[in-house]
Design a protein around this ligand. Sequence first.
Ligand SMILES: [Zn+2]
Length: 376
Amino acid sequence: MFSGPGWKIGRVMGIPIYVSWTWFFIFVLITETLATQFSTQHPGWTPTQHWAVGVITSLLFFGSVLFHELGHSVAALRYKMRVISITLFIFGGMARIAKEAERPMQEFNIAMAGPVASFLLAAIFYGLALPFSANSMFGSTCLYLAEINAVLGAFNLVPGMPLDGGRILRAIAWAVTKDPNRAMRVASRSGQFLAYLLILAGIVIAMQRGFWLQGLLWVFVGWFLLSAAQQSYAQVELRRMLDGLHAADVMSEELPTIDRTHSLEEFLHEVLRTGRRCHLVLGNNELVGLITLHNVRHIPREEWANTSIQAAMVPRDRIEWAQADEPAIGILERMQSNDINQMPVLREGQVVGMVSRDAMLRVIQTRMQLERFAQA
Ligand SMILES: [Zn+2]
């Protein structure tokens, strides 16, 4: 339910920014909490003022989370790592970086840059609030934002994956053990433990103290952190299992082809007959594109007979290619970030095979099974 980047709301520094639907939940919750809080703290304001300040503060909080993620992004860009996207979730954000850190120090600095950005913002808001009365709309908004940015920075330093503190823990464990995978296991175990604590605390808050909404929120955040910690663990296993393999090792050398003039109906017939979901498309015996079941999905059933493959395919210049000597794990990551399942493989400009997610997952499964045999 947390997969899929969400709504794209724009670009900053060339990085696409997405908002997850879960974020709207927190937006409403924060606005409501703030309006209520302001109405008790500042009874002199009108209800319109309470709500206006609530909405503005929520939006600036949103900007603060974005600023935190941009902190990570600037650090990553300094190491020449591409930032694929920034997604804002219920409890914060996530900057997706195309490459893993190569050294513990890189991991440490990229992780640290987020909390540093938040603390910096906290200091700026505090400075802005100083000349104003804490009862004024401007003063109280700035004070609140100073507080929440400090909390954001501190919360992210909690030492468990997927939080920044987990990455910092990983960087330290990495520097000590010299083993990035072992370090990741340490950090994600710690993250899972902390997530369970949070869920437990949420249940206690809800049941014992009767703060249902807050308790539910803690459980929700804990559950989110738990699945993210488990994912980072799985990612390490994935890397380990694909270690040393290249596109040429995992590709299939069979290259099913189909002519562009055929209809989608005929393509599907071919898919059903052979079980191959991805075909190279030929036009006058030249490669002109690639077609997969994925491309057909968007076209209504009744149009399949009258739509040519040419109309639905991925044209040649937009195909994502894999190189025969490219590491398998890199290909799998590119497939994940581009949401594709197959890639044709090139060697010296010639198409020599096809890699698919399925094939790579089979390799991973087989290797895991063999490892279990060896342990037994
Ligand atoms: Zn962060």
